[in-house]
Write a protein that binds this ligand. Structure first.
Ligand code: GDP
Length: 300
């Protein structure tokens, strides 16, 4: 299964350390908790979440009168699953009929274009007509890169030349999507960080143009985050958070990190659901996020 394969690094480091701790220690004492705390923080679970988790484990140990560390393993899995469960579900909201528009935001290099390509492939496989909008007109290579994905997946890309107004590209893209009877329009945006204020203004303008053309759109605004950047990813989410109307997160490159605990930190510290995770560079290396499957892939 995809999750299991993609989480190999996290399993090999984090889970192996947990397994080793649980089998090596004979007693659940202060040293045991300290070591577990260190392992969890090392996996990027996030300090405040780790503290909460340890408190919950202590209380379960008392309540269930657990003495053998091995018996605590299923409790840890259970608690991690609970922490990962969101109040909102992770499905992508699409228009009940007609055109759905999904806007992708995030800084350069996090895997935005790749995620758009993967999602185009996913929706196309479901028989939907997909169009891509090359809204990152700032970075010369970005348009070409999106076109390459368009060719690979076999979907149209709406673009203008580099340097043009991204809001104008979006306007064109929405018209094209309507005229061609598309079901889904996936919109790339710029991710330059040099000028945050300008970037946020640009994203707002794009948002307004889309909304003017399709009143309930964008149906989703997905922030793409790179799991290998750990706590930095959290900072990025906070930066984009209140300014762009985020509805969900995509966490990429989970296959590239041994610190998969970042998913737990993100779930706990941000009030935005993780909708998809990236588990590799290929077209089908994208999975809808599911907390039970995730924990099962780790410990199961
Ligand atoms: P963008 O600048 O945000 O559009 O980022 P790109 O889509 O160009 O991705 C940057 C790099 O990350 C590329 O080399 C991608 O192949 C790679 N990448 C994207 N998603 C994943 C993933 O889930 N796993 C791995 N291992 N690499 C990824």
């Amino acid at each position: 299964n995809k999750f299991k394969e993609g989480l190999t690094k996290t399993r090999n480091v984090f889970v192996d350390r947990v397994d080793d701790l649980f089998s090596r220690r004979k007693k659940i004492d202060e040293e045991f908790y300290e070591e577990l705390e260190e392992i969890l923080i090392g996996a990027d679970v996030g300090v405040s979440t780790v503290m909460e988790l340890i408190e919950q484990l202590r209380s379960e140990v008392r309540k269930r009168k657990i003495e053998d560390p091995n018996d605590l393993q299923p409790v840890l899995s259970e608690k991690l699953t609970e922490l990962l469960k969101g109040s909102e579900d992770s499905s992508i909201k699409l228009a009940p009929g007609g055109l759905s528009i999904i806007l992708f935001v995030g800084v350069n290099g996090v895997g935005k274009t790749t995620t758009i390509g993967k999602m185009a492939h996913m929706y196309k496989s479901q028989g939907k007509k997909v169009i891509l909008a090359a809204g990152d007109t700032f970075r010369a290579g970005a348009i070409e890169q999106l076109e390459t994905w368009g060719q690979r997946v076999g979907v149209d890309v709406i673009k203008q030349q580099a340097g043009s107004d991204p809001a104008a590209v979006m306007f064109d893209a929405v018209q094209a999507a309507k005229n061609r009877g598309a079901d889904i329009l996936l919109c790339d945006t710029a991710g330059r960080l040099q000028n945050k204020v300008n970037l946020m203004e640009e994203l707002n303008k794009i948002y307004r143009v889309i909304r003017r053309e399709v009143p309930d759109a964008p149906h989703e605004v997905l922030l793409v985050l790179d799991a290998t950047t750990g706590q930095n990813a959290l900072q990025q989410a906070k930066m984009f958070g209140d300014k762009t109307g985020l509805t969900g997160l995509v966490l990429t490159k989970l296959d590239g990190t041994a610190k998969g605990g970042i998913v737990v930190a993100i779930r706990q510290e941000l009030n935005i659901p993780v909708k998809f995770v990236g588990l590799g560079e290929k077209m089908d290396d994208l999975q809808p996020f599911d907390s039970e499957q995730f924990v099962h892939a780790l410990f199961g």
